[in-house]
Write a protein that binds this ligand. Structure first.
Ligand code: BES
Ligand code: ZN
Length: 373
């Protein structure tokens, strides 16, 4: 059904109130619509994908077609020892326990009180994970204007070129697509899995740093975005702000859905090739070949499906790694059936290897900006 007919159907079912607040969404390169919250949900249920650009429409529209800045990444990977030393501590039991607690919240819907409580749990867990680093690891809450669930940034400051940010992202919110405000949304795979993948990578990297004091030259950040399901809202706030502040993000790697394996005889990762940076994605291929036990396939979302798009949208090189080929992904997401019993923790551990391999190779890398021809 066309978007226009969907919208007229929506306004027939629930008419717009006079003075009802409208949100601005961008559904393609050229189409921007003003819709109510109810219309937005109806579009999402019908599979229409969008950025919610209410907070900065003119800024984003003016960046239409803005070029992603390119950097060179290592061709030869040489940090086997460091990678295996860090990965020794990777513990699927710890990941299971984190995910069990995280999916225990009735929902992590960004507008709900539960979504605020789950963010508070996550913040405390991250504090606990990094506490041995004292003030060498800092945590920031990013409060958003229109909803209560905050985003979280954990930063390990680079020792020599702290202005270069390497970002590992994942969204923390979940959503039941039928009735987000009243039905449960365990969101084990979408995106509890990406969240615990990043927590585990941070936990074992912290242990390594504490033991070796081998601080990275560049800054490493872990981001836990709020309100991805509302149209990439949390990450748009963050990356738009970073761009306005002229921050340098040299790589952004998003983990969204890392736990589902449809066919264990054909286990692989999915590297997304649309709305992503080819140079960064090619570098990740090298990391996978060198440090993981399973192969990758190249695949497409077909739309701006996760928070990496907020980074590319602001001119930063970004990649998205998912659990499999897009066609073999978990079919239970956005429902009450997105539960942890359907997931493989060994598969999530492969995603952890990708993060650790990337940190080991890029943490001390001397980034050079390439000309954009
Ligand atoms: N986790 C999904 C994106 C995804 C889908 C990743 C399949 C890997 C495989 C994400 O939470 C989501 O639901 N995205 C929205 C679009 C977004 C712009 C609101 C979607 O796919 O409908
Ligand atoms: Zn989702």
């Amino acid at each position: 059904m066309k978007v226009a007919s969907l919208l007229s159907l929506a306004s027939w079912v629930i008419p717009r109130f006079k003075d009802e607040e409208l949100r601005t969404i961008q559904i393609s390169q050229t189409e921007v619509l003003d819709v109510t919250d109810h219309e937005k949900l109806l579009l999402k249920r019908q599979g229409v994908r969008f950025f919610d650009i209410t907070a900065f429409p003119s800024f984003l529209r003016s960046k239409e077609g803005s070029k992603v800045v390119n950097y060179s990444y290592p061709k030869q990977l040489t940090n086997e020892k460091k990678v295996s030393e860090i990965l020794e501590r990777c513990d699927t039991k710890a990941m299971f326990e984190d995910l069990a607690l995280f999916t225990n919240f009735y929902t992590r819907y960004y507008k709900s009180e539960y979504g605020y409580e789950s963010a508070t749990w996550l913040s405390n867990r991250l504090r606990n994970v990094t506490k041995s680093l004292g003030d060498r690891a800092t945590q920031f809450h990013v409060d958003h204007h229109d909803w209560k669930q905050f985003s979280i940034i954990v930063r390990i400051q680079g020792s020599e070129t702290p202005e270069n940010l390497i970002v590992f992202g994942s969204h923390q919110d979940s959503m039941n697509l039928i009735f987000p405000s009243s039905l449960p949304a365990p969101g084990a795979d979408d995106n509890g899995s990406g969240t615990v993948t990043n927590i585990e990578a941070l936990r074992i990297y912290t242990y390594y740093l504490n033991k070796t004091q081998d601080w990275p030259r560049n800054t490493i950040e872990f981001h836990f975005y709020s309100a991805e399901e509302g149209g990439l809202l949390g990450s748009l706030d963050i990356f738009t702000h970073y761009a306005q502040q002229n921050q340098t993000v040299v790589a952004m790697i998003q983990q969204d859905m890392t736990g589902y394996v449809e066919d264990s005889q054909n286990e692989h990762l999915g590297l997304i090739t649309d709305h992503t940076s080819p140079l960064l994605t090619n570098f990740l291929k090298r990391v996978i070949k060198k440090y993981l036990n399973i192969p990758y396939v190249e695949t497409k979302c077909g739309y701006a499906c996760s928070d990496h798009s907020s980074a590319t949208r602001n001119g930063y090189p970004a990649a998205l790694v998912i659990e499999s080929d897009f066609s073999k992904k978990n079919k239970y997401i956005h429902t009450t059936m997105d539960t942890l019993d359907r997931l493989s923790f060994d598969h999530m551990a492969e995603h952890v290897k990708l993060i650790i391999g990337t940190i080991a190779e890029l943490g001390n890398w001397r980034f050079e900006r390439l000309s954009n021809e």
